[in-house]
Design a protein around this ligand. Structure first.
Ligand code: HEC
Length: 196
């Protein structure tokens, strides 16, 4: 038996015929991979093509990362809005609406009697347009002052007359619109300057 015939009569189960080419007497055995490996290879290759086209293939098919991110954020925003609506009885106010509501409450609920038509202060109440505060300048300090008042100093408690939401809106109106508005006849600053 020739040497190469011994090699080719091994037991790999493949087709043991020689390939045609021959370099310096070195010849290749024709030993194809088993069918199942070829099938797995074709399947994974096919899947990778499908995957690449679906997820990176062409933008705008809605499957790329950016679209997925946008879709999920939109769904989240929608859910958040629904939850907010549920917790506020269906009314969700934007920043402008809060300020408008605050302005209206400030005019209608009697704040102007003691703080002036434009929040400039008068004989009774302090100026709310400068950035000096007797009771602190944080949103909590303001909402607390408006809700609980300070009867011994003449500030009415409003918690029975305004809802928590309304109190917040007035507080926002004061800090965003009144502070820094420089009205006529301002009352002299009282208290401590608010440092950001
Ligand atoms: C009857 C008079 C009166 C009314 C009405 C009134 N205030 Fe006052 N308010 C005062 C007085 C007096 C003070 C100062 C309290 C003090 O000396 O700490 C004050 C203080 C405040 C402060 C804190 C100011 C600071 O420098 O710490 C805020 C905020 C405020 N009032 C908001 C309002 C709002 C909003 C309304 C209407 C919803 C209102 N007030 C209605 C008399 C009044």
């Amino acid at each position: 038996m020739r040497e190469e015939d011994k090699i080719s009569s091994n037991s790999t189960g493949g087709n043991d015929e020689h390939e045609e080419h021959d370099f310096d007497g070195i010849r290749e055995l024709n030993n194809p991979a088993p069918n199942w490996i070829v099938l797995v290879f074709i399947a994974t290759f096919g899947f990778s093509l499908f995957y690449a086209i679906t997820y990176f293939g062409y933008p705008g098919n809605g499957n790329d990362q950016t679209s997925e991110y946008n879709r999920k954020s939109a769904a989240f925003d929608k859910k958040k809005k629904q939850q907010e609506e549920a917790s506020t009885g269906g009314v969700v106010m934007g920043e402008q609406e809060k300020l408008a509501s605050g302005a209206q409450l400030f005019a209608q609920k009697g704040c102007i009697a003691c703080h002036g038509l434009n929040g400039e202060g008068n004989q009774i109440g302090p100026n709310l347009t400068d950035n000096y505060w007797l009771n602190g300048c944080s949103e909590e300090s303001l909402t607390h002052m408006i809700a609980e008042g300070k009867p011994e100093k003449g500030m009415t408690p409003f918690k029975t007359m305004l809802t928590g939401e309304e109190i917040k809106n007035v507080a926002i109106f004061i800090t965003k619109k009144l502070v820094g508005s420089n009205p006529a006849n301002p009352k002299a600053p009282q208290g401590v300057e608010c440092k950001p």
